[in-house]
Design a protein around this ligand. Structure first.
Ligand code: NAD
Ligand code: UDP
Length: 389
């Protein structure tokens, strides 16, 4: 921890050091949360995951100032009897474990549903039975499509926030038909939210549910063929980074008309830390965590990333930097999409006084600088290898 000044919560009460059982700690969000907790707080982390590559810089035994405050447990929560003991040992459990890449939702619906619902059940049960607090990671995707998307294209009501703003306590969850298996993820996340909410109502579970709205930044997903499978399809940031690094066209699914709001991972982690350290303000709440000021269409995102990357690597972009592909070609049968995602920030603002800070341009500049530094050489090597005969 950087300073010796006693840490206080938002109500001026001293914050006691906590032991946190973080499930999925080796992923994108988990790695940033571990970093923050180690660098700026006195809390201990029991980091659970099947992988540790993204947190290996935090785990060097003995050499780091926080070495005695983070412990990695390689385990799969699907089948590991150590899980309950680790939850019992902790003051708080944070569950991040999930299959959460859209390319899997329609092609691996069973794994998606098991991962996001069935595998989370014991975690909720152990927290509830042992009187432990739970912060569970859900998704903005539980909102599905906006009400406005069902209005005629030219309807002026589409401009009215009442038809698109996504609010935790009033927006409906609107999913497509069952054959659109894209919604298997959203539906599983919705059901686990309802179960947690029910455990709170009937059995007094202390919980907070987080709905991330497109958190992006360094270490998100993988670059296909470098630190992930060549045929793998990660989320959009990594897909576009991969294309830029390889000087290929960025693929726009169904014209890139869907809209998203992107938030810098470091801003979002600030919100999670406030939840961890202010249980009296966070318990019993569902929080949208996003940046409503950073809205773009996917096409605009592609254009901006192209410009930013050209600034980062000093090379002019391709003459035609994007290409249109159909969702069937890109994701296969059963893909569908959320049209627009603007988070209502009223509740998180009222409870935790939190606001995002980083503009889309700035967060892309810092993220693409990281991508270039981390992957450009490896890609150059991989693409210059002679093809085996
Ligand atoms: P991620 O895939 O990088 O991290 C998930 C981690 O969970 C991975 O390291 C994975 O190995 C681990 N995991 C999965 N199944 C496991 C199991 N059975 N046992 C042990 N470990 C397991 O994803 P992320 O972006 O860090 O997302 C974390 C959470 O936030 C997920 O629940 C996701 O649904 C939610 N979320 C994230 C975003 C976002 O913008 N990044 C958006 C919406 C929701
Ligand atoms: N997308 C795209 N090209 C890609 C990858 C994704 O046009 O190479 C689109 C995708 O169809 C969706 C948006 O980008 O409309 C965001 O996709 P992501 O995988 O990040 O997840 P989502 O926000 O849908 O959960």
């Amino acid at each position: 921890m950087a300073s010796g000044v006693a840490r206080v919560d938002l109500d001026g009460r001293p914050i006691k050091p906590l032991t946190i059982c973080m499930i999925g700690a080796g992923g994108f969000i988990g790695s940033h949360l571990c970093e923050k907790l180690m660098a700026e707080t006195p809390h201990r982390v029991l980091a659970l995951d099947v992988y540790s590559d993204k947190i290996k810089h935090l785990l060097e035994p003995g050499t780091l100032p926080w070495a005695d405050r983070i412990q990695f447990h390689r385990l799969n929560i699907k089948h590991d009897s150590r899980l309950e003991g680790l939850i019992k040992m902790s003051d708080l459990t944070i569950n991040l474990a999930a299959i959460c890449t859209p390319a899997d939702y329609n092609t691996r619906p069973l794994d998606t549903i098991y991962s996001n619902f069935i595998d989370a059940l014991p975690v909720v049960k152990y927290c509830s039975e042992n009187g432990k607090r739970l912060i569970h990671f859900s998704t903005c995707e539980v909102y599905g499509k906006t009400i406005g998307s069902f209005l005629p294209k030219e309807s002026p009501l589409r401009q009215d926030p009442a038809y698109y703003m996504l609010s935790e306590d009033s927006s409906p969850c609107i999913f497509g038909p069952i054959e659109k298996q894209r919604w298997s993820y959203a539906c599983a996340k919705q059901l686990i939210e309802r179960l947690i909410y029910g455990e709170g109502a009937e059995n007094g579970l202390e919980f907070t549910i987080v709905r991330p709205f497109n958190w992006i930044g360094p270490r998100m997903d993988f670059i296909p063929g470098i630190d992930g499978p060549s045929e793998g399809v990660p989320r959009v940031l990594a897909c576009f980074s991969n294309a830029l690094l390889r000087r290929q066209q960025l693929k726009l699914v169904d014209g890139g008309q869907s809209q998203r709001t992107f938030i810098f991972i470091k801003d979002a982690i600030e919100a999670v830390l406030l939840m961890i350290e202010n249980p009296a303000r966070a318990n019993g709440h569902i929080f949208n965590v996003g940046n409503p000021n950073n809205e773009v269409t996917v096409r605009q995102l592609a254009e901006m990333m192209t410009q930013v990357y050209s600034k980062v690597n000093g090379e002019p972009p391709l003459e035609v930097p994007t290409v249109d592909v159909s969702s069937k070609e890109f994701y296969g049968e059963g893909y569908d999409d959320s049209d627009k995602r603007i988070p209502d920030m009223t509740i998180i603002n009222r409870q935790l006084g939190w606001n995002p800070k980083t503009s889309l341009w700035d967060l892309l500049e810092s993220t693409l600088t990281y991508q270039h530094r981390t992957y450009a050489e490896a890609i150059k090597k991989a693409t210059s290898k002679p093809i085996a005969t």
